[in-house]
Design a protein around this ligand. Structure first.
Ligand code: PLP
Length: 433
């Protein structure tokens, strides 16, 4: 299958090229030229299939033309070494828990899949060493660093905004060593993202070293996220709750929700989506007005969604041929202040005894306010609440136990490289590596 650029200037790429390059030469994002619809028979029996079996079928629809079935199945099963269960919160609201992976956030799924696929392609093509650059506002860095840790022939550089991620998040990518280098940037997340994008466009750097991206712009990271939307539907169908499903996705860079939209295009019967935002609400405003105007990001307690210019907006536009009416009929928006997010954590805990993280809290609240009669809502609980320990404890007044794998990260020693937000400094550093 070929992958085209959303900017439509760069030539189409093979899957291997799209995965290795990350971003297209014209700065566009790669899109598969076809989206395979899965047969009715698959949806009829989906509730009898395991998460891993469902994921193998979905992966085959995306990548089956380009990767041998045994290799692909192995990558999928190895990626999904943990479950993504659906848990009831109230009579019509369910939580799709995506925090059972190694770094306790949904990005583990895409990062683990991408690491394995990239290793496959670089071995198969006997490519030289590959440098993965990743900008993070918190959870991407840890998922990518852990997904790639110890993978031969690949070095990962994690760029993060100094002082703007939680201690727990920071420990998950600054203490690993080996093939992982953490870079502490004097700036905000958008500066980190801009540095990474500029690096990919710089001829001299690209001649010096093979660079690739592991942000949600990479097709190998964002497409596998479709797996758990199918699983959510399957588990809801087993409960007899599969009619009129609304899926609510706490969104920042919009990679996660875009994977859900792809699932829907493949035939998954999702009635509609809600994109839940914190105060970084350019998409919400786009839905209301039809105008997209990127803003500098503002800091919130749901910091993995502090994104002022979501990269994957280009993919959503492309998927629906730029048609605002179609987009607004499939996706509705919600936006919450830090106060409203705290209130959602508090009410969900007192009413249902369920502890939300600040991102999932946006998802829960959007459903609690936005579900219509006859609809059943599933929100994506994108991280474990203990990753945002202080914030959550302050709200619910109860101590949260740190899961063992989080506590282990905190014991490591922080190692970082300090960096300004100027591209020249970053370039000089990379040229010296
Ligand atoms: C990354 C992240 C998000 C936002 O996901 P996007 O794919 O960027 O929209 C939401 N919640 C958590 C916990 C995250 O780490």
């Amino acid at each position: 299958m070929k992958y085209y650029s959303t900017n439509k200037i760069a030539p189409s790429a093979t899957l291997a090229e799209a995965v290795i390059n990350g971003l297209a030469g014209d700065k566009g994002l790669y899109m598969p030229e076809r989206i395979t619809r899965l047969p009715n028979s698959f949806f009829n029996e989906i509730d009898t299939l395991s998460f891993q079996d469902i994921a193998c079928t979905v992966a085959n629809a995306f990548f089956g033309e380009d990767v041998d079935k045994d290799v692909l199945d192995h990558i999928v099963r190895d990626t999904l070494a943990f479950d993504c269960p659906v848990v009831p919160i109230s009579s019509n609201i369910y939580s799709l828990e995506l925090f059972h992976g190694p770094t306790l956030a949904f990005k583990d799924v895409g990062a683990r899949f991408m690491a394995r696929l990239l290793r496959h392609f670089t071995n198969a093509g006997k490519e030289g060493p590959v440098n993965v650059l990743v900008a993070t506002s918190g959870d991407t860095g840890s998922a990518v660093a852990n997904g790639f840790l110890g993978v031969d022939g690949i070095h990962v550089y994690v760029l993060y905004p100094k002082g703007k991620v939680s201690k727990i998040q920071e420990s998950q990518f600054t203490t690993l060593g080996k093939n992982i280098t953490a870079i502490e940037v004097d700036g905000v997340f958008d500066d980190c993202q801009a540095l990474v994008k500029s690096a990919f466009m710089d001829k001299e750097l690209n001649a010096h070293a093979h660079l690739t991206s592991a942000n949600s712009i990479n097709v190998a990271r964002f497409l596998p996220q479709a797996f758990y939307y199918f699983n959510a539907y399957a588990r809801m169908k087993a409960l007899g709750k599969a009619d009129n499903i609304v899926i609510c996705v706490p969104s920042g860079n919009f990679g996660n929700i875009t994977a859900g939209l792809f699932a829907r295009e493949m035939g998954l019967p999702i009635k509609r989506f809600i994109a839940a935002n914190n105060k970084n609400d350019v998409f919400f405003k786009y839905l209301k007005t039809g105008e997209y105007s990127p803003q500098p990001s503002v800091q919130t307690i749901a910091n993995a969604m502090d994104v002022g210019n979501p990269s994957n907006f280009a993919r959503i536009l492309d998927l629906y041929h730029g048609d605002h009416d179609t987009i607004a009929s499939i996706i509705s928006g919600a936006t919450f202040s830090d106060g409203q997010i705290r209130e959602a954590i508090r009410t969900c805990y007192t009413d249902h005894g369920y502890i939300l993280d600040p991102h999932g809290a946006c998802g829960y609240r959007a459903l609690a306010e936005g579900l219509k009669d006859g609809e059943t809502g599933v929100f994506l609980e994108t991280a474990h609440p203990a990753k945002f320990k202080e914030t959550v404890e302050n709200v619910i007044g109860t101590e949260l136990k740190l899961p063992q794998r989080l506590a282990d990260f905190m014991k490591g020693e922080k190692q970082t490289v300090q960096m300004s937000n100027k591209f020249d400094d970053f370039k000089t550093f990379l040229l010296g590596e």
